[in-house]
Design a protein around this ligand. Structure first.
Ligand code: PBG
Ligand code: ZN
Length: 328
């Protein structure tokens, strides 16, 4: 007579469902797809320009024509959206090129929408690429002043909408900018232009390579009077809550891998469309280790992006978008 099994027959054999690729696929909880990637591009003036960013292998500063080509290639890889950053020809104290209708970003928006109307064109809205001092706002007596900065950011966002952007993404971390941008967009008739706010953006050391790519290293001081202290998570909830109240359509946590707890809390508490920015330093660290032969790059890349997704991100902004899309 066979022995009766009790429900306490332990240990449970967890390995049963790991035996084959088919079983592993059936029980997989988190999936990545190119449809959830947003691909950042750095746009400069000129034609036929494709300039290496030394600290970000595989990333380039692109003239408008090249940005269109890169967008079309990303579309071919299944990626629906690009996020544009501008490298202006001239910088001044107040970053006035940020709202110049003929600056690289505004030109690229039009060119991409002409070539590919169904590409989701997102634009970073900030002043640091445009100011001579490299700060994200207007500086008066050594201080980044909030409300005067918001006024300039609003002008930049409206100029992106006028050029045809689908989504504007303020990354400055000034208080009240989401509401001010929403009002100005609505008054200008751009009620359908969405706002993705860099809502919980931390004062991170991981933006270093980006500042080479975008030419936005601050000439003095740093960004810790407006970006969040890496020690805080409750504060991220307050930031996100306020941006939602002011009209943000998508909220973002940035960086990603060092703030997975924040992504999980934000998604859990608000259930809002949530983006995570896998930033330049996160990308370059993987690239550098891979170039030394120390890690298996495709596996580390996919493990990283999977973790961001598993934490709760609906969409991921990543320089790996095309490489990851081609692996999936
Ligand atoms: C501009 C901006 C930054 C990033 C996105 N928008 C730099 C910064 O705040 O210093 C960082 C992106 C990255 O590191 O990939 N404010
Ligand atoms: Zn900035």
């Amino acid at each position: 007579m066979p022995m009766t099994r009790t429900s306490l027959h332990l240990p449970r054999r967890h390995r049963r469902l790991r035996q084959s690729a088919g079983l592993r696929a059936l029980v997989r909880e988190t999936r990545l797809s190119p449809e959830m990637f947003i691909y950042p591009l750095f746009v400069c003036s000129g034609t036929g320009v494709r300039r290496d960013v030394p600290s970000m292998p595989g990333v380039f500063q692109l003239s408008v024509d090249e940005a269109v080509k890169e967008t079309m290639a990303a579309r071919g890889d299944g990626i629906p959206a690009v996020l544009l950053f501008g490298l202006p020809d001239r910088k001044d104290e107040i970053g006035s090129a940020a709202h110049d209708p003929h600056a690289p970003v505004q030109m690229a928006i039009r060119a991409i929408k002409d070539a590919s109307p169904d590409t989701v064109v997102m634009t970073d809205v900030c002043l640091c690429e445009y100011t001579s001092h490299g700060h994200c706002g207007i500086v008066e007596r050594g201080e980044i002043v909030n409300d005067a900065s918001v006024a300039e950011l609003v002008r930049a966002a409206v100029s992106h909408a006028e050029a045809g952007a689908d989504v504007v993404a303020p990354s400055d971390m000034m208080d009240g900018r989401v509401g001010a941008i929403r009002d100005a967009l609505d008054e200008g008739g751009f009620t359908q232009v969405a706002i993705m706010s860099y809502a919980a953006k931390y004062w991170s050391a991981l933006y270093g390579p980006f500042r080479d790519a975008a030419g936005s290293v601050p000439a003095f001081g740093d960004r810790r009077t407006h970006q969040m202290d890496p020690s805080n998570a409750d504060e991220a909830i307050r930031e996100v809550e306020q941006d939602i109240e002011e009209g943000a359509d998508i909220i973002m946590v940035k960086p990603a891998i060092t703030y997975l707890d924040v992504i999980a809390r934000v998604k859990g508490e608000f259930g809002y469309p949530t983006a995570a920015y896998h930033v330049s330093g996160e990308y370059s660290m993987i690239k550098a280790a891979a170039r030394n032969g120390w890690i298996d790059e495709p596996r580390v890349m996919l493990e990283t992006l999977t973790a961001i997704r598993r934490a709760g991100a609906d969409m991921i902004i990543t320089y790996y978008a095309r490489e990851a899309a081609r692996m999936l």
